[in-house]
Design a protein around this ligand. Structure first.
Ligand code: NAP
Length: 249
């Protein structure tokens, strides 16, 4: 049985983030759902979905691309709520374009949200976790970071880089009671994939051996598994959750 802890979930009001918040809360953890506060519709949907667990899940605005703001906010939240023992970094964006058309802005935006952010968060949280001798860090990478994808040089580079970051940090943290792992979701039914053209979505589903897109709960269960106190011998791993879409060893 895991101890009740304080978890920070970035991208916390997104499709995967909300499911992860709900699952961690069901397991008895308190959860900060950190996300941009730019979209009133997404925030309203999040509050609606988490209403029954509103005492243990709270929304806080955070832009993970802002290094100094991350440090200030995380410090303030820890002073107010106690130590953050669990970090699930699910904030992410896509800005798909083939390389020939890709703007520098699309490159930098994706690298900032999907990769630089891991440094901004971990740089602050890891030293404190080391002092306490406990931590669970889970980065949400992507199957497309493993395989590459047409139109996603920016996204695939960021997500592959995220797992490189995970493996290096896992080595630095291994003697301090902190595990650092990545999850590589395949295609999961959220706003991110609903934005894909219908005919392409159909082709994607046809290529998944299990015969369906994943559900946010498939990822949330895997996060919960990795965040358990007992999962202390799993570190530096990349866990694929993709319905068999990409198999490797
Ligand atoms: P989503 O619903 O779009 O959620 C991502 C969340 O991150 C959104 O709420 C988004 O806010 C937020 N975000 C964007 N920029 C941010 C910033 N600068 N600071 C803080 N939060 C920010 O997407 P999802 O499907 O849940 O994806 C979650 C993670 O899983 C992402 O890292 C994604 O790359 C990864 N993933 C998803 C799939 C999939 O099939 N869905 C597959 C593989 C990997 P806005 O909506 O306001 O931009």
């Amino acid at each position: 049985m895991s101890t009740s802890r304080l978890a920070l979930v970035t991208g916390g009001i997104g499709g995967l983030g909300t499911a992860i918040c709900l699952r961690l809360s069901e397991l008895g953890h308190r959860v900060i759902a950190a996300d941009l506060d730019a979209r009133a519709d997404a925030l309203a949907r999040f509050h609606e979905r988490t209403r029954a667990q509103a005492t243990s899940i709270q929304f806080r605005a955070l832009d993970v691309t802002d290094h100094d703001r991350c440090r200030e906010q995380l410090t303030a939240w820890e002073e107010e709520l106690g130590p953050i023992d669990i970090l699930v970094h699910a904030a992410g964006i896509t800005r798909d374009q083939t390389l020939r058309k890709m703007t520098l802005e699309a490159w930098r935006e994706v690298l900032a949200v999907d990769l630089d952010s891991a440094f901004h968060l971990c740089r602050h949280l890891v030293p404190r976790m080391m002092e306490r001798g406990f931590g669970r860090i889970v980065h949400i990478s992507s199957v497309n970071g493993q395989t590459g994808q047409f139109g996603q040089t920016n996204y695939a580079a960021a997500k592959a880089g995220l797992h490189g970051f995970t493996m290096s940090l896992a080595r630095e943290c291994a003697r301090h009671g902190i595990t650092v792992n990545s999850i590589a979701p395949g295609y999961i039914d959220t706003d991110m994939t609903r934005a894909i053209r219908e005919d392409i979505r159909e082709r994607i589903v046809a290529s998944i051996p299990v015969g369906r897109m994943g559900r946010p709960e498939d990822i949330a269960r895997t996060v919960a598994f990795l965040c358990a106190d007992e999962a202390d011998f799993i570190t530096g791993a990349l866990i694929p959750v993709n319905g068999g879409q990409f198999m490797s060893f």
